[in-house]
Design a protein around this ligand. Structure first.
Ligand code: 13P
Length: 268
């Protein structure tokens, strides 16, 4: 089986402006251009939709991906405020988040809608990143694994092997998002292994190839330990992705994982 290439994605959420975005992207290009051209990892940013063009212009040819934080499940038409997958294609978006807990909570997105968005993205050739995660209450009542695996299975059922291998899953425990509390590497690994097992129920062949990212207060300082876990294939990073130094450290941790998998080319 080919190794799963580490994936480190920043989620800017509703942050940034033209000037700050430029500073952030140029800072990262300066710190990490060499690492990105090596091709051992994949990395990119889910930017607010108005800045997709700015990101596309700035990041084209650099090895970094740019993507969106949400999309519509509809092709086009009278859907005020929504963004279609064709529009994402127009800006060469490499990926799109779906089902982030902030959207599940604030916009009452259901597993069914999330599944429909995911299928629309697959049809458009844009990599979906399915976000799942439990609340603190669910974790404390011992329901975390069930809740998370149910979210995964509900969104992905019916997909074919060749579709499943194109998407990534991001496990983001809600209690760890923006709180500074990270799941311990052992707890995160346990959940990732449970998710991979659930994916195996859907499709044994795809499960071993699918990337499962961890998200929730990922920082440079905790990324190496998280990314050293066998089933943690990278991270989905919120707050720390807005800081050049932090994100640079996270990209380096992803590269260390890539090296441990034999994906980093050694210069002779
Ligand atoms: P933080 O890294 O700020 O906790 O956010 C995680 C997240 O929600 C990424 O999608």
């Amino acid at each position: 089986m080919t190794a799963r290439k580490p994936l480190a994605l920043g989620n800017w959420k509703m942050n940034g402006d033209m000037v700050a975005n430029e500073q952030l992207m140029s800072g990262l290009l300066e710190s990490s251009a060499l690492l990105m051209t090596g091709g051992a990892i994949q990395a990119g940013f889910a930017v607010p939709a108005p800045y997709l063009f700015q990101a596309a212009v700035r990041l084209k040819g650099t090895g970094f991906l740019w993507g969106a934080q949400d999309c519509s499940d509809q092709a086009n038409g009278a859907y005020t405020g929504e963004i279609s997958t064709a529009m994402l294609q127009d800006f060469e978006a490499g990926f799109c988040l779906v089902g982030h807990s902030e959207r599940r909570a604030r916009h009452h997105e259901t597993d069914q809608q999330i599944g429909a968005k995911l299928k629309a993205l697959l049809a458009a050739g844009v990599m979906p990143v399915l976000c799942v995660g439990e609340s603190l209450e669910q974790r404390e009542s011992g329901l975390a694994v069930q809740v998370v695996c149910d979210q995964v299975l509900a969104a992905l059922k019916g997909l074919k092997t060749e579709e499943l291998v194109q998407l990534a899953v991001a496990y983001e425990p809600i209690w760890a998002i923006g709180t500074g509390k990270t799941a311990s590497a052992a707890d995160a690994q346990a959940m990732h292994a449970a998710i991979r097992q659930a994916l195996g129920q859907l499709d044994a062949k795809a499960a071993g190839q699918m990337r499962i990212l961890y998200g929730g207060s990922v920082k440079a300082a905790n990324s190496a330990e998280l990314f050293a876990q066998p089933d943690i294939d990278g991270g989905l990073v919120g707050g720390a992705s807005l800081d050049v130094k932090e994100m640079t450290g996270i990209l380096q941790a992803a590269n260390t994982r890539a090296a441990s998998l034999g994906l980093v080319q050694q210069n002779s």
